[in-house]
Ligand binder design. Structure first.
Ligand SMILES: [Fe+2]
Length: 206
């Protein structure tokens, strides 16, 4: 049974951004949205011991999620994986449902249009974690096109297992991370029965 460890890195950046280091028990490693304090990312990678850099995963094209990309490539030489429409579209072009081999398991790319057209969430194969970028935060969601986001929430997010820990792109909630099951319960944007109700709820998004 493979295991993954996730480090949530409070990297500051544009607005309380998070980057993530994911390490599998065979040493395979991935970075999610390297940005903000590049030194902090470097220290985390070095402290994690001998790693095999496999992927740099980008959740969407907004610049505040990839400020350290150039720098991390010098100490974490890995394939950059993003949606084909991502402005920095990497060597690995992700499509919905694509599974990247990782540590005896995989990382699945799930297309989640709404915040942007190139938004992707990443799910670990042991169902321990879901990296949501600016699609889903603790307690709220990202600015979005309402129809696309409502479809993403109802067709893509809500069917996912409750036990996934949601790791988002910014520290905007009451806690830095929470399970998807708790988001389904407490996040008002995940509790709208109709598109109209969702649009009403969106008026509360600052
Ligand atoms: Fe964004």
């Amino acid at each position: 049974m493979m295991a993954f460890q996730v480090q949530q890195l409070n990297v500051g950046g544009y607005d309380h951004n998070f980057s993530y280091l994911v390490v599998a028990d065979n040493g395979d490693a991935a970075l999610v949205d390297p940005t903000g304090d590049c030194e902090k990312i470097r220290r985390a990678v070095e402290a994690a011991g001998p790693l095999t850099p496999r992927y740099i995963l980008l959740t969407h094209g907004h610049q505040d999620h990839s400020e350290c990309l150039g720098e991390v490539c010098s100490f974490f030489p890995a394939g950059i994986a993003s949606h084909p429409n991502h402005p920095l579209s990497g060597r690995i072009k992700l499509h919905d449902g694509m599974r990247l081999p990782f540590g005896g398991g995989w990382i699945e790319a799930i297309a989640m249009p709404g915040h942007t057209r190139d938004s992707i969430a990443f799910r670990l194969s042991d169902d321990s974690a879901l990296f949501t970028g600016d699609t889903l935060f603790v307690d709220c969601i990202g600015f979005c096109r309402s129809k696309d986001m409502f479809d993403t929430i109802t067709k893509k997010l809500l069917p996912l297992p409750d036990g996934l820990v949601v790791y988002s792109g910014h520290d905007y909630g009451s806690v830095p991370f929470r399970t998807l099951g708790e988001e389904k319960k407490f996040n008002p944007y995940l509790n709208c029965p109709t598109l109209e109700a969702f649009r009403q709820q969106l008026r509360h998004l600052e």
